[in-house]
Ligand binder design. Structure first.
Ligand code: KIV
Ligand code: ZN
Length: 510
């Protein structure tokens, strides 16, 4: 059995299929670059036939991201495979991933095809993809509900056609660990040419078993695991990368497997995916949730103080969580900030550092204690190169239990400042209406959330949202010690994204 487990990240493909997650090309590139830093073995960068935007994003990632295999998904159809090749061809390690459903239920109702037709189409698709690239992965969709003898036959056929990886998806999250592990074991025994391909698994989390099923598969002979950061994905999501990695690492006595992942980057990767998709991580989420290393109970705190291992099986530093430390204040200088940021893994160019320092000073005026999380937020904000078409200059709210909230907002666009007032259902609604009056861009809020990033009464609040502007959905994020200001900044961030994407530039952005 292979000792090295290949980590195939599908955050940008299956993860992007999460309800509410829609990423822009530049955001996908940012995540792909971070995945390369994390050292995943393969990045499934998208489904190129799905839209021209998807194709362009996969193309960009193939060109710019060095190290991992870059993979494009395709149905077992000529146009899909052509598009996937077009998208991945400039990668130095291109892979095409073709899939075709093999379960009775999918063949009968979705594809309306018999077993022999499926067998033929799967073999043809692999051979066709093989004309373009050596590295071809095949997935019999809904494999866990496929009749096992037919599944073995399909796998043998696609391996004979040239598939180098055969992926076993638990498409609807139906499998149970014991049973799924046995299926993988049986594949190693019943598919005669299985030694010519790597067995991969791809588990969905409908019953909350995606990670357990993936790990059961590893024990039984799987050499590749498909997963996503924070476990995001279709419906209840996919197996979470960070849980799989820390499961295998923490219990290496049991698994005896290796991966190339640099686990100290897990937390920052999780934060980045949260920031860019707008999908928050639940506080009690294993490995990267904000409470994953928090101890509340007195007995636990006492134990931790005496010996960490009494109640902690992983060290926060192992996933890059770091312990929250009070590090900086309003008297700290530019050099101190630079040194602290370096420790946190951020190496900034001079102009980025200038902007981060100015923002740090403004925050230090409002907030006595600056934590590592505050610094990360500042840097992430300042390093996102979204041109600020509109900048918030002034904000005032009149609100009481007896009156309709009224907001006055002043924005700067180029050198001109414009002010507008509006009333709304709440202070945030009033602010957004006032912003809309100035920009002329009517945004419809489709998701909105607010969370505190640090603790204490003067905590930094982070607003994240999704806005629909004429059918284009963009995410926005803003931070401030004042949650209304954070909400307005998040809204402007989304509007500035609309303005910066040339396809949707309107006269209001020019
Ligand atoms: O869940 C699934 O079956 C998939 C395939 C395309 C691999 O995402
Ligand atoms: Zn899937």
């Amino acid at each position: 059995m292979r000792k090295h487990i290949t980590i195939f990240d599908t955050t940008l493909r299956d993860g992007e299929q999460s309800p509410g997650a829609s990423l822009q090309k530049s955001e996908k590139l940012e995540i792909a670059q971070q995945l390369a830093r994390l050292k995943v073995d393969a990045i499934e960068a998208g489904f190129p036939i799905a839209s021209p935007d998807d194709l362009e994003a996969v193309k960009l990632i193939s060109k710019k991201v060095k190290g991992p295999i870059i993979c494009g998904l395709a149905r077992s159809l000529k146009a899909d495979i052509d598009a996937a090749y077009k998208a991945v061809k400039s990668s130095s390690r291109p892979r095409i991933h073709v899939f075709l459903a093999t379960s009775k239920i999918h063949m009968k109702y979705k594809l309306k095809k018999a077993e022999d037709e499926i067998l033929r189409q799967a073999g043809w698709a692999v051979k066709y993809a093989k004309k373009y690239v050596d590295d071809v992965e095949f997935s019999p969709e809904d494999a866990s509900r496929t009749q096992p003898n037919f599944l073995y036959k399909v796998l043998e056929h696609v391996i004979a056609a040239g598939a180098t990886t055969v992926n076993i998806p638990d498409t609807v999250g139906y499998a149970i660990p014991d049973e799924f592990g046995r299926l993988i074991y049986n594949i190693t025994r019943r598919v005669p040419n299985i030694n010519k391909a790597v067995i991969s698994v791809h588990c969905h989390n409908d019953l909350g078993l995606a990670v357990a099923n993936s790990l059961a598969a590893v024990v039984n002979g799987a050499g590749q695991v498909e997963c996503t950061i924070n476990g995001i994905g279709e419906r209840a999501g996919n197996a979470s990368l960070e849980e799989i990695i820390m499961g295998m690492k923490t219990r290496s006595d049991f698994f005896n497997k290796k991966t190339s992942i640099r686990n100290q980057f897990l937390y920052e990767t999780s934060r980045m995916v949260t920031r860019l998709t707008g999908i928050a991580v639940q506080p009690n989420k294993a490995v990267v949730g904000s409470n994953a290393f928090a101890h509340e109970a007195g007995i636990h705190q006492d134990g931790i103080l005496k010996q960490r291992s009494t109640y902690e099986i992983m060290r926060p530093q192992d996933v890059g969580f770091g312990e929250t430390k009070l590090v900086m204040g309003k008297h700290s200088g530019r050099h101190a900030l630079q040194a602290r940021l370096k420790k946190l893994g951020y190496i900034l160019k001079d102009d980025e550092l200038d902007r981060a320092f100015a923002r740090f000073k403004r925050l230090a005026d409002k907030k006595k204690s600056i934590y590592d999380e505050d610094l990360s937020t500042i840097v992430e904000d300042e390093m996102i190169a979204i041109p600020e078409t509109y900048r918030l200059i002034y904000l005032s709210i009149e609100s009481s239990t007896e009156s309709t909230p009224k907001a006055t907002v002043r924005l700067k666009m180029k050198k001109k400042e414009t002010e507008a007032s509006a009333t709304g259902d709440g202070p945030v609604d009033a602010c957004y209406k006032a912003v809309d009056k100035i920009t002329g861009l009517r945004g419809k809020l489709t998701a909105y959330g607010i969370r505190s990033i640090t603790s204490g009464k003067d905590a930094l609040g982070e607003a994240s949202l999704k806005v629909d502007v004429k059918g284009k959905i963009v995410s926005g994020r803003g931070t401030s010690t004042d949650v209304i200001e954070a909400s307005v900044k998040a809204y402007l961030n989304a509007m500035n994204k609309i303005c910066s994407s040339s396809a949707s530039r309107t006269k209001q952005c020019l």
